[in-house]
Write a protein that binds this ligand. Structure first.
Ligand code: SAM
Length: 243
């Protein structure tokens, strides 16, 4: 099966946006894992004075996690799906949170940034060219800025791969079929199998020029299936803010 990409993927998320929060709410740990990954960014001072980008913010679950991890930060959420963004913007947010309808590929040339940190939750598996998006993220981050990628990225063990397929066949794809989004949830299953393992994505981040790269598993049933990847944009030394 071909994976959904670009415009087709955005349209699939537009349709799925109506039931996205309901279905992810049924996944034990979905929101607490996002919060754990956002906290792993270790943004100082509750994020006061920091600008943070939520790349592929969807209906705002990852944005909410960022806001809880860094309640004083200025947060920009961007997403390619108008439907997902509509759900996000309908929720109550402080003024420091804003949303833009842009693709991850467009942000770097949109005049946005620099950012002190970028959070990308469940995005990279979906993009056509992850190396291009990582290069854009480096352009968007200030020197030394932090990146946290939270995604389905298998450990490489046969047991985790088999568990992922069993959960998709038994729960995720049937639930997505009921909501009329079978193609998207089939894409979810296949895209995880096709995506980098955690060691491979760690290598990809290092090749893209990120430093201090490490992968940490999440807790619960998704251990070995979902990882947080942490990295810095070059120098680990604190850099002065630009602009
Ligand atoms: C699985 S959802 C995750 C949403 C949110 N980050 C969360 O944690 O709940 C993936 C999101 O990435 C968005 N997305 C996929 N490819 C994209 C791209 N190239 N640029 C921007 N957004 C993209 C989709 O529209 C969708 O809203």
């Amino acid at each position: 099966m071909t994976l959904l990409r670009d415009r087709d993927l955005a349209h699939a998320f537009d349709h799925a946006s109506h039931t996205y929060d309901l279905l992810t709410g049924l996944n034990p740990g979905y929101r607490s894992d996002l919060l754990r990954s956002a906290r792993r960014l270790r943004l100082p001072g509750d994020g006061a004075g920091l600008r943070v980008l939520d790349l592929g913010c969807g209906t705002g679950a990852s944005t909410r996690a960022l806001l809880r991890a860094a309640p004083c930060a200025d947060i920009t959420g961007v997403d390619a799906s108008a439907g997902m963004l509509e759900r996000a913007t309908a929720k109550p947010w402080p003024e420091r949170v804003r949303f833009l309808h842009l693709t991850a590929e467009e942000v770097a040339t949109s005049g946005e940034g620099p950012f002190d940190a970028v959070f990308a939750a469940y995005l990279f598996r979906n993009v056509t060219d992850p190396d291009q998006v990582l290069a854009s993220v480096r352009r968007l981050l200030r020197p030394g800025g932090r990146l946290a990628v939270h995604d389905y990225s298998l450990s490489g063990s046969a047991a985790h791969r088999a568990l992922w397929t069993a959960v998709c066949r038994g729960l995720i794809i049937p639930a997505g079929t009921v909501t009329g989004d079978r193609a998207l949830y089939h894409h979810l299953w296949r895209s995880v199998l096709a995506f980098d393992t955690a060691p491979a994505f760690t290598d990809r981040l290092a090749r893209a020029g990120f430093t201090d790269v490490r992968a940490t598993p999440v807790a619960g049933w998704q251990t070995g299936i979902v990882h947080t990847f942490l990295a810095r944009n070059g120098s680990t030394a604190p850099a002065p803010r630009v602009g």
